[in-house]
Ligand binder design. Sequence first.
Ligand code: GLV
Length: 392
Amino acid sequence: MAVDYQPPECLSKPIEVPSKLLMGAGPSNAAENVLRAGSLPLLGHLHTEFVQIMDDVKQGIQYAFQTKNNLTLAISGTGHAGMEAALCNLIERNDVVLIGINGIWGERAADMANRQGADVRTLTKTAGENFKMGEIEAALVRHKPAIFFLAQGESSTGVVQPIEGVGALCSKYGCILLVDAVASLGGEPFYMDRWQVDVVYTGSQKVLGAPPGTAPISFGPRAVAKIAARKTPISSFYFDMNWLGNYWGCDSQPRKYHHTAPISSIYALREALALLANEGLENSWNRHRQCRDRLINGLAKLNLKPLASDPAARLTCITAIQVPDGVDWKSVTTHAMSMRVEIAGGLGSTAGRIWRVGLMGQNATDERVDRVLDVLAESIKSSTTPPVMGRL
Ligand code: GLV
């Protein structure tokens, strides 16, 4: 039988992938052993050896989140899948969900919560700022939410949100605290149990330095109880934590087929978590902070200013830099890319106003900070009119 359409010409050629230094908002460059793990032989998704690897991953995630929560696993999907999984398991129609919005991640969470039929309320801040404890408490009192969402690392503005103390407030006002740690886990201190965070998720491709496609997530006892008390089914089959928890060995039942796990991505995630465990969280947090400080010092020498004026609000993993007047941000990132170095532009409300430099995982080293500073300086020079050049 003849086919209707011929094989595409492009697929007759070998795949071509250039090597780039990924100093944007993620993915970051993965370590060699993480990439090698992704090319190990495939196993079946319920084979004993693979189940052992899933158990290793679960322990690695518990360590990274600093939790003993049993319902801890990796969602098969990116950080967005982690966000969607958290929200669709927690929300029942008309639940009041309070979302802290100081960048794109709160906006996305509000969109997803709306789609779940939640009564969405927002607490907003200007890009470059974070929420103060008094503002959070006042909003909890005013809105009486069932769920409160905060992003610890707001990658679109380079802002860190202090989480310590928020869990206790949420517990006092009877609401579930959900934290997005996609752009912060491994680079900023995070203590899920100590800080009474009820649900947290992250992505594999930032500080963890694994390929994008898996999203570690953990649910604490109050979140598990909320899911168990649901009167309506979880809207998503794929993200249903009852199924996923069983597949990841988090209940007492034999593991059942739910979906076919992304086997190679789970291998890579295991190796990325092993790197973090071997380095130790405290060392990783310090390394990221020191590199961020080196970057900020270097930026000051170039007369460039971080978006967050309060040094305490600056995220270690991603620094947002104000684009000076007279500079075309896009020409700068294009020039940097011609040197095989990625520097990101803004996202959402910060688009066109900032550049973003990520120092995450393997890319948080003095040498890479110096390289990105050199590339940024050279790219600005090559893209600007003489008055700005003179200042560099
Ligand atoms: C993605 O996470 C981004 O911040 O660009």
